[in-house]
Write a protein that binds this ligand. Structure first.
Ligand code: G2I
Length: 575
């Protein structure tokens, strides 16, 4: 990638305060917020309090090998993009042979540290293996469809992975579509096709178009604006626009940065800064550091000022690992941490922009203690729990369900992290006592006290449907323009005997609610726990038989799918 020079001389403001490196380990257990003062809180705490994410691009090697890297990554950020691990050359180096070790590593780290993952990237002219580039048109389209279906499909039910760069860098600097092998073989239709394939593979993920040198208003960003407007008018599922933000202090800050975000937001898409770094000509000095800090602050403030801006991802975070010196000779020092993991003025600028006093104070108050879990639907191998929800000054992000085996003794371990006040546990032993406790988390990482303990004993084995004697296919179709959706379920009896008088139970994601009455079943909802019981005509499902049931619902912004379904307390296979 070549980023051409821009003319303007940068604004210079001295920002010289330096804060000590924060290295709060956050490995498995969520952090319990406590003094010191909120102003010293990590970036993610301030960002969450402003309703934004602050993210980083993760390299798989330092993530695996360096504790200092992991410590900063875990404590400072609530969002992550794999720098290279989800690109085509990493995930499908040869036709049909997929490798997900690096991608899975990043997702696992993010999940352990309560970070959302942005998938980067599905269709790009770079880092795509040669076998793709030489295909005929029809073979290339099929390869693209297969790749998207497999890679997106792998994480479609993963709660951490919430968005994808579907196409990346499709424009030339003059606003023409890039003369890439994609365009030259397939024409411009490959772009709409890629989005449609991605939507088919994951109905919930936010689908983005991403590019560089589009941060200000210019020919390239205007071409991107026109394309996004046209795609949406054509019903192509483009939900989000990524502005990479590879800036350099010697070229000036992009003109009309905020106005540019605003015009895209007016199209109804989410916007985000996806790959921010701000390089300088080496050697580094305090004046350049101050200019760089101002640029970082401008970007963060611009995102804060635009409601549709979801957040800012920094492309790396330490100068120890940055693509810049390899590509721009004599340039570097582009990131907020230096190569020794000490923070630079850029860090302070980001921190202060997120905590500039104009927004709500950082949230350091934990949610209230949730109620004691109550068990229902207890079988020999599973049960449903629900409890009185916690409240929180900002909002409850989810719960931890902890379980210990036995009527006493044993240690509690987290067995589930539902987003609402119910949970379905499965795979339990018959005639065994389990103890459960729950606690609530908020988006800033504050954790409530543990609830009181509930003891539950599973029934003796022998009766009822065994594990996975049912299968559920759940399809959610969001309604355009209003916060509603239609959910359709196909319940199949995969057992060898008839299933009679079944009760299907699952937990609706937080913010979703059934609008009664639904169809082909009697539906009821209590908290987020939903049950469906059959009507007379579909109350018996022969082996291999299935029934299609459904309901309309409302949501407050998210249309993620329930992940666990039980019939008579036993888990169903979910497809
Ligand atoms: O070029 C900067 C970014 C522009 N936007 C799209 C991003 O995906 C892109 O990221 C960079 C990575 O930061 C680099 O790490 O993409 C480069 C490839 O175009 C990445 O560089 C490559 C090296 O060129 C390879 O030699 C190396 O094998 O990284 C590979 C994996 O370490």
């Amino acid at each position: 990638m070549i980023i051409p020079a821009r003319g303007a001389r940068p604004e210079r403001t001295a920002v010289l305060a330096v804060v000590a490196a924060l290295a709060v380990p956050l490995v498995v257990a969520p952090i319990v917020a406590a003094p010191p003062a909120a102003a010293d809180a990590p970036l993610r705490v301030h960002a969450a309090a402003r309703g934004k994410f602050i993210g980083y691009a993760a390299g798989t090697s330092p993530l695996a090998n360096e504790a200092a890297y992991r410590s900063v990554a875990a404590s400072e950020f609530n969002q992550v993009t794999a720098e290279n691990a989800m690109k085509w050359e990493s995930t499908e180096p040869s036709d049909g042979n997929y490798t997900f070790s690096g991608a899975d590593q990043v997702v696992a780290f993010a999940t352990a540290n309560n970070q959302q993952v942005h998938g980067h990237t599905l269709v790009w002219h770079s880092q795509t293996p040669g076998w793709v580039q030489g295909l005929s048109a029809s073979a290339m389209r099929t390869a693209m469809q297969d790749h998207i279906a497999t890679v997106v499909g792998r994480y479609a039910n993963n709660a951490s992975l919430v968005s994808w760069d579907v196409v990346n860098e499709v424009f030339e600097e003059n606003g023409n579509l890039r003369s890439s092998f994609w365009y030259n073989t397939l024409g411009s239709s490959y772009i709409a096709d890629a989005f449609r394939y991605a939507r088919a593979a994951d109905s919930n993920a936010r689908l983005c178009i991403n590019d560089y040198n589009v941060e200000g208003i210019n020919a390239k960003s205007t071409a991107m604006y026109n394309l996004v407007r046209q795609l949406r008018a054509d019903g192509v599922p483009v939900d989000c626009v990524g502005f990479q933000g590879h800036l350099a202090i010697q070229y000036g800050f992009p003109s009309q940065f905020r106005e540019n975000l605003d015009r895209f937001a007016a199209l109804g898409v989410q916007v985000r800064i996806t790959e921010l770094d701000i390089r300088m000509q080496m050697p580094r000095d305090s004046t350049k550091d101050a200019t760089q800090a101002t640029y970082y602050r401008n970007v963060v403030q611009g995102c804060l000022a635009v409601t549709a801006c979801a957040g800012v991802t920094i492309w790396g975070f330490t100068d120890k690992y940055s693509w810049v010196p390899d590509v721009f000779s004599g340039e570097g020092a582009a990131l907020p941490w230096d190569a020794n993991y000490s923070t630079k003025p850029a860090y302070t600028a980001i921190h202060d922009a997120l905590d500039d006093g104009s927004g709500p104070a950082p949230d350091t108050t934990p949610p209230t203690t949730p109620g004691t879990p109550a068990a229902s639907g207890v079988t020999s191998s599973g049960l449903s729990l629900s409890w009185t929800a916690s409240s929180d000054a900002v909002g409850v992000a989810g719960y931890d369900v902890l379980r210990a085996t036995g009527a006493s003794g044993g240690s509690f371990a987290v067995v589930g992290t539902p987003s609402s006040a119910s949970f379905v546990d499965s795979g339990l032993a018959a005639s065994t006592t389990y103890r459960y406790q729950v606690r609530a988390r908020d988006a800033a990482g504050n954790v409530s006290s543990l609830s009181s303990v509930a003891s539950v004993t599973t029934t003796a084995g022998g009766g009822g449907p065994g594990p996975s004697s049912c299968r559920v296919a759940y399809t959610i179709s969001p309604w355009g323009g209003s916060p509603g959706f239609t959910a359709g379920l196909v319940l199949t009896n995969t057992g060898t005997s008839s299933l009679s008088g079944w009760t299907l139970a699952f937990s609706l994601p937080s913010g979703q609610a059934i609008t009664p009455p639904g169809w082909s079943a009697t539906w009821s909802q209590s908290g987020q726990a939903v049950t469906a019981t059959p009507l007379s005509w579909n109350s018996t499902l022969a082996p291999g038989g299935s029934t299609t049931i459904g309901f309309n619902g409302t949501h407050t912004g998210g249309t993620s799918e329930p992940t666990t379904f039980t019939v008579g307390g036993s888990s169903c296979t979910v497809v």
